[in-house]
Structure formats: C-alpha cells, structure tokens
Write a protein that binds this ligand. Structure first.
Ligand SMILES: NC(=O)c1ccc[n+]([C@@H]2O[C@H](COP(=O)([O-])OP(=O)(O)OC[C@H]3O[C@@H](n4cnc5c(N)ncnc54)[C@H](OP(=O)(O)O)[C@@H]3O)[C@@H](O)[C@H]2O)c1
Length: 297
C-alpha cells in the first residue's frame, strides 16, 4: 500500500478505512478486531473516526477493539475529530458547534479515554464553526500537540478562508482538510479548496468517495444515473468494478488525495485497493467529470 506523507512525522495509507457507520454494522468486539486486522493485512493502516460518530459510541467500540488486541493500535494511524456538541433542548437533542479552548481540550481527553489510547495521530476540527475564533482554537490544538496527546492537527469541511485563518494561528501546522468529493459532489472544486490544497502541497482526505453508496442505487436523479452508466462503461474498458474506477478517479488528481473507504466489507475494501493498479486515461477523468454535470468549456 502506498503511503502519503502529510508531514515529516505522519504518513497515511492512500486508502484509509472510515468507521462512521460502525455502530450500524453490529460487529462484536471479536468481529471488529478481525475487521481491523483485515484492513492492516491489506496495508490499510489509517483508521478514521470522530467524537460525534454514533453519539461517541463509535470511538468506544474502537477502543474496546484496541484493548482486545493491543497489537492493532501500534500498527495504525488513528484519526479522530472534535468540535460538534449536542445539548438537550425541550427534551430533544440539538447539535451545535463548539471549538472553544476548554471544550477542545476536554473533548480530546475524553476521546483518548474512549479509544483506550495515549495519543491520536491526527486530530481534526470536524466542521466549520461560524463562531470559530482561530486564535483560541489554534492555541488548543497547539497545546494538545505540545502535550503529546495528538501528533498532527488538521481540519475537515473547511473552505479556503477558514483554513487560512486557522492555519495562520497555528503557524502553518494544519496538515490536511478532510472533505467530501465524489463524482456527484464538486463543492470543494467550486470553493477553490482543491486548488488551494494543491498549491500548498497539502493532501486532503476524501470522505464519501462513493457518495455513501448512492451512486449504486436506482434513482430518478438523472445526473446520478448518467454518472453510474459512465462509470460502468469505463469499468468495462479496464475490466474492474465500478467502485474501483471511482477510487482510481479520485487518486488520479494531482492534489494527492487519501480516499476514505466506508464499507463494512473487506471485499469492498479490496475494490478500493485495486484502484492503485488502474491507470485511467486522461480523457476518462473528464468523461466522469462531465457525466457529473460539470462543464468543460
Ligand atoms: N469529515 C466528515 O464530515 C465526514 C463525513 C462523512 C464521512 N466521513 C468519513 O468518511 C468515511 C467514508 O464515508 P462513507 O461511509 O460515506 O463512504 P462511501 O464509501 O462513500 O459509502 C459507504 C457506503 O456505501 C456502501 N457501499 C460501498 N460500496 C458499495 C458498492 N460497491 N455497492 C453498493 N454500496 C456500496 C456501503 O455499504 P456496505 O457497508 O454494505 O458495503 C456503505 O453504506 C466515513 O466512515 C467517515 O470516516 C467523514
């Protein structure tokens, strides 16, 4: 498995495994240990989670697996995220953002406890907080680094303006932006984020590369239908599965993305890994881009 260096201290596997949907997989701890070892055996050593996934339960389940098989943690790069909180308002859960100093420090320590580990390899601010004070949030992230609780820091779902503001406050130490990109989603091309990252040699992590499986579902959405047909056609040319072509399309981009696979099935993780052996033709990249409704002028 190819690795991508985000910094001198941290490299991630180009295909990483996401655990957002873990609580729905209904794995026993033994099954989760076996799944994690299956990822590691394939060279997929980067594991992604977040405080908020499964209402903190996802981190807890991962921690139980790390405790059950202590060899796993040392073989993996663990990514988690902070900044989303929940309150009960009128008896209903209400989500909001909190990237204040005290909350980040507390949140990180709680994540470490749930994950049953002493350090997080990469710690991300999960979403753009309209109340973000880059200097305060930056100070929290730098203090966590100084204490050795996190090795590297980054963000997720940030636009170039917020990225620059926070990156200035941490002396340029943000090493990634974890963003959504797939053949149906071009938000970060439109915002200039992809160009910003390419220009600064910062590698993004890409979430929902298969649009959460939506690309493979029957739908009335004509763009989705056109994208699926085009991907199937290109998959036929290369003799691989459509999912493999989507990963190859993401990895083809010069920004040097790390793709986050989200399936519960190792055989589907293999489809992602096979993308490393696919050489897309340059026009094929644009065939998918155009099928996704993007204009080529
Ligand atoms: N930073 C953020 O804000 C953010 C947001 C969302 C996600 N993420 C991260 O990104 C990771 C990946 O996101 P994702 O789970 O949405 O990824 P995804 O790979 O786009 O979607 C995974 C879903 O698609 C299904 N699927 C996969 N291959 C398929 C195929 N060939 N045919 C039909 N269905 C298929 C999977 O079902 P099966 O399990 O049945 O295979 C699963 O439900 C997450 O786990 C999380 O770590 C981050």
């Amino acid at each position: 498995m190819r690795k991508t260096a985000l910094s001198e201290n941290l490299s991630l596997s180009v295909i990483a495994q996401g655990f957002w949907r873990l609580t729905g997989w209904e794995f026993s701890t033994e099954e989760l240990v076996s799944f994690m070892n299956g990822c590691i055996d394939r060279g997929v050593t980067t594991f992604d989670t977040a405080e908020v996934y499964g209402g903190t339960h996802c981190e807890r389940l991962m921690g139980e697996a790390f405790a059950k098989d202590p060899s796993i943690r040392g073989k993996t790069e663990l990514v988690t995220k902070t900044g989303i909180s929940r309150a009960m308002i009128n008896g209903e859960p209400f989500g909001y953002y909190d990237t204040t100093y005290d909350r980040i420090i507390k949140s990180c320590k709680e994540s470490l406890q749930r994950l049953q580990t002493d350090y997080i390899d990469l710690y991300l601010i999960h979403r753009e907080d309209p109340l973000l004070d880059p200097w305060e949030t930056g100070r929290a992230l730098l203090d966590l680094k100084k204490e050795g609780l996190v090795r590297e820091i980054g963000v997720s779902n940030f636009d170039p303006f917020k990225f620059k503001a926070l990156n200035k406050a941490v002396d340029g130490q943000l090493v990634t932006n974890q963003i959504e990109w797939n053949p149906l989603c071009y938000e970060h091309f439109k915002s200039g984020m992809i160009d910003f990252l390419s220009g600064n040699r910062i590698h993004p992590m890409i979430w929902s590369p298969l649009a959460g499986g939506r690309i493979f579902q029957e739908t009335d959405d004509t763009v989705c239908t056109a994208v699926r047909a085009k991907i199937e056609e290109i998959a036929g040319r290369h003799g691989v599965s459509p999912a493999t072509i989507i990963y190859a399309w993401i990895l083809y981009h010069p920004v040097g993305a790390i793709a986050l696979a989200g399936s519960s099935k190792l055989e589907r993780l293999d489809l992602a890994i096979q993308a490393l052996d696919v050489q897309l033709e340059h026009p094929e990249w644009f065939e998918i881009y155009a099928a996704g409704g993007q204009q080529i002028r």
